[in-house]
Design a protein around this ligand. Structure first.
Ligand SMILES: C[S@@+](CC[C@H](N)C(=O)[O-])C[C@H]1O[C@@H](n2cnc3c(N)ncnc32)[C@H](O)[C@@H]1O
Ligand SMILES: Nc1nc2[nH]cc(C(=O)O)c2c(=O)[nH]1
Ligand code: SF4
Ligand SMILES: [Mg+2]
Length: 257
């Protein structure tokens, strides 16, 4: 099991700007303020966290990818019609080259970055879709994916999952932002309220309740069916925004959806 933050660069990667791409596809944005918007997704591989529930197993726990040059990625994006591009992962901001990709796309596309909120970027971002990871995301031998021993990641994930300076920087820097929490149940709400208060205390930008989104944990329709009602009730009770996971509802989070 890889312990590295990112993925090992192979020898063909020696030259130029390249990124490890797990998948690149057009779909509807399934989550957040832009749910339903046709978008091209660029999914990088490698992450500095290991959420036990990660729905992109082959970008975190067992990374698989092809190394593509920034020019190749841009050409693939240009061959698809959506005007919105979502750069996601894995954790896209673990790669320095992600900033260069965002800059290359910025003039022609609306850019959403899906990030765990632990790393900053100076690159142009239209929507910072920040998903801070709560204590309920930390992997343990009891909740880790099948046949995976979380090992050092229990402590490593727990120590790295919240960086208030990075969160404040992302909130302040992007044209728009959302704090989109993966919610396993009502036991998460105290930490959400506390973290939102902490971000409000350091960020030089208003964080409205409508900028805070509660998203049910679930990789499949069946798992979402177990969590969505409780999470929707929490959103209504605490005044936050509920977000669905449309791609799971529509396509059960099949690859390239
Ligand atoms: C695979 S992550 C990649 C981006 C970044 N690493 C992050 O976690 O925000 C994409 C989005 O899916 C969410 N996500 C991952 N696994 C999930 C699950 N089991 N249930 C609900 N949301 C999940 C993440 O919180 C994030 O908003
Ligand atoms: N349709 C669709 N919408 C998404 N929004 C965020 C996603 C992600 O994996 O970052 C995602 C995804 O994987 N598919
Ligand atoms: S931070 Fe994102 S990519 Fe990394 S393990 Fe968690 S959900 Fe997966
Ligand atoms: Mg996804």
């Amino acid at each position: 099991m890889p312990v590295s933050d990112t993925v090992a660069r192979d020898d063909t990667d020696a030259e130029g700007d390249r990124l490890p791409i797990n998948e690149l596809f057009a779909s509807l944005q399934g989550e957040g303020k832009l749910a339903g918007v046709p978008s091209t997704f660029v999914r990088t591989s490698g992450c500095n966290l290991r959420c036990w529930f990660c729905d992109s197993f082959h970008t975190s726990w067992e990374p698989t990818h092809a190394w593509m040059s920034l020019d190749e990625i841009v050409a693939e994006v240009e061959s698809r019609s959506p005007e919105h591009v979502v750069v996601t992962g894995g954790e896209p901001l673990v790669h320095d080259e992600t900033d260069a990709l965002l800059s290359a796309l910025a003039d022609d596309y609306h850019l959403t970055v899906e990030t765990n909120g632990t790393l900053e970027t100076d690159a142009p971002v239209d929507l910072a879709s920040i998903s801070p990871k709560l204590a309920s995301s930390t992997p343990t031998p009891d909740n880790a994916p099948a046949d995976v021993d979380p090992g050092v990641w229990t402590e490593r994930h727990e120590n790295a999952r919240v960086d208030l300076d990075a969160l404040a920087s992302l909130v302040e820097h992007a044209a728009d932002f959302q704090l989109k929490f993966v919610v396993t149940g009502r036991d998460d709400i105290d930490e959400i309220e506390s973290l939102v208060a902490d971000v409000r205390g350091v960020a030089a930008r208003e964080v409205r309740d409508s900028d805070v989104l509660l998203m049910p944990e679930g990789q499949t329709r069946e798992q979402l069916a177990r969590t969505r009602t409780e999470v929707a009730d929490l959103a209504a009770a605490f005044g936050y925004r509920y977000t669905p996971r449309l791609h799971v509802d529509l396509w059960n989070d099949a690859p390239e959806t």
